[in-house]
Design a protein around this ligand. Structure first.
Ligand code: BDR
Ligand code: CA
Length: 315
């Protein structure tokens, strides 16, 4: 089993990412760490615990992390995950306590206790992970890989048409805390950035038959997903919005789902039109080699991804 920490900002799709990770037999979830992002961290850390309780996995520690980006103020989210941040499923209030350590310290502790073994899955802004690297730089050498829903690279039609940040070509997780993303991109840790190019295939969606299977299941997590799909559709969005973050978990389970390429990428931290852009240098000549080399998702087998997701949710 691959040891992982899931750092997230639930969020309906982060909630589904927790479901997938916890139910997968390929992953050993050491902790779920919550960060400010889709909602303030009080909400995201509560929502993470709601999902763990729904799954009966209160043995997995859930920690509260950074209340905002590492330098700037948190922006308002133009997209809404509903009044409760979970597509208005209104899951019961959690009774499990938060972990004793906050998310930053828990990440540091778990990485140090399992050197070379803990993959970080990041489905929210990278504030917790960047702060852990700033506080304990020695952990960088102990992290084998970070798999993140991060960026928009302009590699296909999906990259910018539904850009989630509040500038024309940025992705929300980078847009919220670009300085944190820059720290992580430049950390030297192997980073697999699954951007909107591979996580927002708006024309590959759940079929009506899939939704029916979810609705007829007796699993609470299936009911949660069916409700989220109805919620986004009612508001004029496509069903894929409910599972964007699941692509990072799916990749951690089976990396053959996504084709990646190695490229130099810079994160734009200047305010204005391009804030939060992840600028890829694909030139044949004069490449800016000073930009960090990362693994960028270029295309995904979305059909196989949805199949894996449904199998895990329904089992
Ligand atoms: C990201 O934005 C958030 O709203 C989602 O949870 C996902 O992590 C996609 O850009
Ligand atoms: Ca998220």
């Amino acid at each position: 089993m691959k040891k992982i920490i899931l750092d997230c900002d639930p969020g309906m799709d982060d909630s589904m990412a927790i479901v997938m990770a916890v139910k997968s037999e390929a992953l050993d979830v050491l902790a779920v760490t919550a960060v400010n992002g889709n909602y303030p961290v009080d909400v995201t850390s509560k929502n993470a615990r709601k999902v763990l309780e729904l799954l009966g996995r209160t043995d997995i520690p859930a920690a509260r992390g950074m209340a905002g980006p590492i330098i700037r103020k948190s922006p308002p989210d133009p997209f809404t995950h509903g009044k409760d941040g979970q597509a208005e499923a209104y899951l019961p209030e959690p009774t499990m306590p938060l972990a004793d350590l906050d998310a930053v310290d828990l990440i540091i502790q778990l990485v140090k206790a399992n050197p070379g073994e803990v993959t970080l899955i990041a489905t929210g802004p990278m504030s917790n992970i960047a702060m852990a690297m700033i506080k304990a730089p020695e952990i960088k050498e102990m992290i084998p890989e970070i798999v993140a829903i991060s960026g928009a690279f302009g590699l296909n039609k999906y990259a910018f048409l539904n850009a989630t940040g509040d500038t024309p070509q940025s992705e929300w997780n980078v847009y919220v805390d670009p300085e944190a993303a820059k720290v992580v991109y430049e950390s030297g840790v192997r980073l697999v950035a699954l951007g909107l190019d591979v996580a927002t295939y708006f024309d590959v969606n759940f079929s009506d038959a899939d939704v029916k299977r979810l609705e007829e299941s007796d699993k609470k997590e299936a009911d949660f997903l069916a409700n989220a799909i109805r919620f986004v559709k009612k508001r004029g969005f496509d069903a894929y919005c409910t599972v964007i973050d699941c692509m990072a978990v799916a990749y951690a389970i089976d990396p053959t789902l996504v084709e990646t390429m190695e490229a130099h990428v810079g994160v734009e931290t200047k305010d204005g039109l391009t804030l939060g852009m992840t600028v890829i240098d694909r030139r044949h000549h004069f490449v800016w080699e000073q930009l960090p080399l990362i693994q960028v998702g270029c295309s995904a087998d979305c059909g196989r991804f949805l199949q894996m997701l449904l199998e895990l949710v329904l089992k």
